[in-house]
Design a protein around this ligand. Structure first.
Ligand code: GAP
Length: 449
């Protein structure tokens, strides 16, 4: 993978995210829960806009993909059939000296906690154990009494909910192969080395789509989805130079995959290029295993061809949290502003993803300005998230909105009260247009679509 040329902005982002209400550490007042994060008022809007963009592109705009919302808890046999009970493991090594715990296959990327200039095992005093396999699935119990209840798992991927519902969806919607099923939902993995903020966490959201195709057409569809998904990431505003494909070779391939590409994003600094989405050709691995383990036929009947077969599956699987982090990293800028001493921090998020679309200011708290500004804010709120702010200098208010990526700031001044016009300031160009207050809604709406 190419080396990163981008600065490391992670620490600054973690601090901004907390200060401005994007992302908080889970259970912070108890010292925090390991690698679990909560989304605050602005974070929940940003992540929701991202998920809506995915749902719109994958489900609403296509007549060959259906939506689904399967449960997190599933029959335990699902995970035997899927191969996760036997094979969803990472090799784990412990260091007897520093008590650090590492993935044996990622030692080259890890740092010794006692000697950060060295890798685990490199310093003289390091004593690493032999690798042992560690299953990443969280276990819990279904039923009231722990001993007699069945062990169930928190799903480590949303995909299996789609496979077990393949025929339910196909028959109820009368879709014909090729067609897809898409869902957004939580997944859980007891990661050995989580970290880098919301990059690798133990609870996260996936946006997954399984596209069912006739065997023999699978590599064509694989190519199609590989390109389509890259276009989607670029459409979010992620810089093309920061996006990259990585093809899986040999042992890198997951147990279910015949071919796989990652779409990688350059997170900057030492993290560099990392997977945000996986595109996999899963063949008929999952449907044939579920057919075998459940004893239920999952074949598709192709009427025009008068034949039955198990479709092959092309999967697109993207992390909502990891992509949210990519959006924040991609958008973060520290800029100088002409004519001003103080620079600004700005999130240049695409307006369609920005958590707040417009902020309305009263220049001063008198002469009818707050009343007019309040009226405008509440009318805009009917259409998109809108903030109201009347405290501090106008410059300070602009900076506060820049820092959270608000694309438009509307100011009500003395002139506004007389002639019904306001100024609209653009976050990126800093240009200001004076327009009729009545026209603000359409002005913003056209620019945030
Ligand atoms: N169903 C296939 C599957 O789950 P994956 O490559 O293991 O494939 C897909 O995961 C995506 O889910 C990744 O590209 C990443 O964006 C996200 N993801 C996986 N593990 C994650 C974790 N521990 N924390 C945050 N996101 C994760």
């Amino acid at each position: 993978m190419p080396a990163s040329t981008q600065p490391d902005v992670m620490d600054k982002l973690v601090s901004l995210a907390k200060r401005r209400g994007f992302i908080f550490q889970s259970s912070e007042i108890y010292g925090g829960a390991g690698s679990v994060w909560d989304y605050g008022p602005l974070g929940v809007e940003l992540k929701k806009n991202l998920k809506d963009a995915w749902w719109h592109a994958m489900v609403r705009l296509r007549d060959d993909i259906e939506g689904l919302d399967a449960a997190i808890l599933m029959h335990p046999r699902v995970w035997e059939a899927s191969g996760h009970v036997a094979g969803f493991t990472d090799p784990l090594v412990d260091c007897r000296t520093c008590k650090g715990r590492f993935r044996a296959d990622k030692l080259q990327d890890a740092r010794c906690p006692q000697k950060p200039s060295k890798r685990p095992g490199e310093a003289e005093q390091c004593q690493l154990t032999e690798p042992r396999l560690f299953n990443l699935m969280f276990k819990t119990f279904m039923g009231p009494v722990e001993e007699s209840a069945a062990t169930v798992y928190l799903r480590p991927e949303t995909a299996q909910g789609i496979f077990v519902n393949f025929l339910n969806v196909q028959q109820s919607t009368r879709q014909k192969v090729p067609f897809g099923i898409a869902q957004i939902g939580k997944a859980f993995r007891n990661e050995i080395t989580p970290g880098n903020f919301i990059f690798r966490t133990r609870e996260f959201e996936q946006m997954e789509m399984q596209f069912f195709v006739e065997p023999g057409t699978d590599m064509e569809w694989f190519q199609f989805w590989k390109e389509e998904r890259m276009r989607w990431h670029q459409g979010l505003g992620l810089a093309a130079a920061r996006l990259n494909y990585h093809e899986h070779q040999g042992s890198e391939l997951a147990h279910y995959a015949r071919a796989a590409f990652d779409i990688e994003f350059d997170f900057g600094g030492t993290l560099g290029f990392q997977e945000v989405e996986g595109i996999h050709n899963r063949g008929d691995f999952d449907l044939s295993r579920h057919q075998e383990y459940s004893g239920k036929k999952l074949e598709y009947f192709d009427q025009p061809k008068n034949k039955r077969y198990l479709p092959y599956v092309i999967e697109t699987s993207v992390g909502a949290d990891r992509t949210t982090l990519a959006l924040l990293v991609n958008a973060y800028r520290e800029e100088t502003v002409q004519g001003e001493e103080e620079g600004r921090t700005v999130l240049r998020l695409s307006p369609s993803l920005a958590p707040i679309k417009a902020a309305v200011f009263a220049l001063t708290k008198k002469d009818g300005m707050p009343e007019m500004a309040h009226r405008i804010a509440s009318s805009l709120r009917q259409h998109f998230p809108t903030d109201y702010d009347e405290t501090g200098s106008i410059g300070k208010r602009y900076r506060r909105q820049d820092e959270v990526g608000t694309p438009f700031c509307i100011t009500v001044d003395g002139e506004s009260v007389k002639d019904g016009t306001v100024t609209v300031r653009d976050r990126d160009t800093l240009s200001q247009d004076r327009i009729a207050a009545d026209a603000v809604r359409d002005y913003v709406r056209e620019r945030i679509a």
